[in-house]
Design a protein. Structure first.
Length: 277
């Protein structure tokens, strides 16, 4: 009975999340400040509910919920909402919350309506170790940084297109200037790359101890290395070659698409990543 109640409450949270995204979309199209304020407070309430669910799950399972893809999706959505609220509070980039939470809502909807395999808790507890916990947590945090970097690059491309077509107006002013958007995208990638490196190192250590017969040509391992290479090239182009502008933003968007493929597809094809889902 309690589980059914929590499921319904979780579905209600998704509905609130959808309303928040809808109001942000209205604000995006019409520059409606009232819709923006309501959307922000709805989002803050969604974050509170998500945090409560996260704590309750931790109490019930006795661990931090990141060891299965089902749990990872929820934590990923929570990270995106947390980051977007922080950036909205300190940077005042009006549309960052909207674009970030379109992605966050997609992730949370996948988590809510995907079929649940209840035996995953038993299997995950068998594989639990501090090393694995830090490996997965740091990886998801790095993906969160890459997600926000992607959003800034997407806003950069939108702003660039508006300027090129000379579409002056309130929306142009609220997106923020190109320099700030590019700088924030760069800073977030600077944060994300070393976190991904740390995650890979921890993951390799865990695999050596727990999975001595691990296949090194595993899809998720190769995918994670590819993600690291793509973002390292981004940093090299930015710092080493001094490249900036639209081409760098497009590279960043393409790199993030690989992040999504790695998270959703390669994780399912992997012989050991999330095989305990």
């Amino acid at each position: 009975m309690f589980d059914i109640y929590m499921t319904r409450l979780h579905e209600f949270t998704v509905i609130l999340y959808a309303l928040s995204v809808l109001l942000y979309f209205i604000d995006f199209l019409t520059s409606n400040r009232k819709a923006n304020r309501i959307a922000f407070w709805l989002l803050a309430f969604v974050w509170i509910l998500q945090t409560v669910f996260l704590i309750l799950y931790m109490i019930k399972s006795g661990r931090f919920p990141v060891l299965t893809i089902f749990e990872g999706l929820y934590f990923y959505a929570w990270v995106l909402i947390t980051f977007s609220l922080i950036i909205n509070r300190f940077l005042k980039v009006d549309f960052i919350v909207f674009f970030t939470n379109v992605l966050g809502f997609f992730i949370m909807a996948l988590h809510t309506f995907a079929p649940v395999q209840f035996e995953s808790n038993v299997l995950a507890s068998q594989l639990m170790s501090e090393l694995l916990f830090f490996h997965i947590t740091v990886a998801i945090l790095s993906y969160g940084a890459f997600s926000l970097s992607f959003v800034f690059s997407l806003l950069y491309l939108i702003q660039y297109d508006l300027l090129k077509r000379k579409k002056w107006g309130a929306r142009l002013l609220r997106i923020s200037d190109l320099t700030k958007l590019e700088h924030m995208s760069y800073i977030l990638n600077i944060i994300g790359v070393p976190m991904l490196v740390i995650s890979l190192i921890l993951g390799i250590q865990w695999a050596y101890m727990k999975l001595p017969n691990m296949i090194w040509l595993d899809s998720k391992v190769l995918g994670s290395i590819l993600v690291l290479v793509l973002y390292s090239i981004y940093l090299y182009l930015k710092v080493g070659k001094g490249i900036s502008g639209k081409s760098l933003a497009l590279w960043n968007v393409a790199a993030f698409l690989v992040v999504m493929i790695n998270f959703f597809l390669f994780g399912q094809l992997s012989s050991f990543h999330f095989w305990y889902k």
